[in-house]
Design a protein around this ligand. Structure first.
Ligand code: GNR
Ligand code: NI
Length: 185
């Protein structure tokens, strides 16, 4: 397993249109394992293969809701371990019949680090995809998973969440990122 470097704007590779996966082999399973490790380390709730430089239609998502729990007095508790992992893999994903009603979510992206902006997307979609063995699925998806899946699917088309913003807002986000990078340097 390996943590892979994540591409950041303005890396031109992020604008690549990714290619469908046709071979479901051990190399694919290794890449998916590395993508999960990279996503959990970042941390993020989703990752597209192109974000680690691989132009293939592969997504990993884990909305990773931390679970509330009680514990006995004096019991040792490391909250980092109190996360129920829910890893989801989407290969060659497609969206069918997006709803007319939209959801607004303050989105972020590991390729546009530490910047957030409201993005409107269909609230409900039907998603079709394959898993790492090539098995096909079709399911209706809503809530944060619908938002995240659409954000990730945009990556497969070379689109970032900032591309959904007005030019003015996009420039504000990129200026803020440049300023924060300068201050961190
Ligand atoms: O970690 C992430 N958080 C997030 C929040 C709202 C909408 C989408 C996302 S995905 C993002 C990780 C990422 O960049 N995936 O491509
Ligand atoms: Ni992203």
């Amino acid at each position: 397993m390996a943590i892979l470097p994540i591409l950041e704007v303005p890396d031109p590779r992020l604008k690549t249109v990714s290619e469908p996966v046709t071979v479901f082999d051990d190399d694919l399973k290794t890449l998916i394992a590395d993508m999960f490790e990279t996503m959990y380390d970042a941390p993020g709730i989703g990752l597209a293969a192109i974000q680690v430089g691989v132009p293939e239609r592969i997504l990993v998502i884990d909305l990773q809701e931390p679970v509330e729990h009680d514990h006995e007095h004096g019991e040792h508790c490391d909250h980092e371990h109190d996360v129920v992992r829910d890893p989801k893999v989407f290969i060659n994903p497609e969206i069918l019949d997006p709803s007319e009603d939209l959801n607004v979510y303050s989105e972020g992206c590991l390729s546009v680090p530490e910047q957030y902006a409201d993005v409107e997307r269909p609230a409900t979609i039907t998603a079709r995809w394959q898993d790492e063995t090539g098995k096909k699925y079709e399911e209706q998806v809503d809530g944060l998973l619908a938002t995240c899946l659409q954000h990730e699917m945009d990556h497969l088309e070379g689109i970032l969440f900032i591309d959904h913003l007005s030019r003015l807002k996009r420039q504000m986000v990129l200026k803020k990122l440049a300023k924060q990078r300068k201050e961190a340097a």
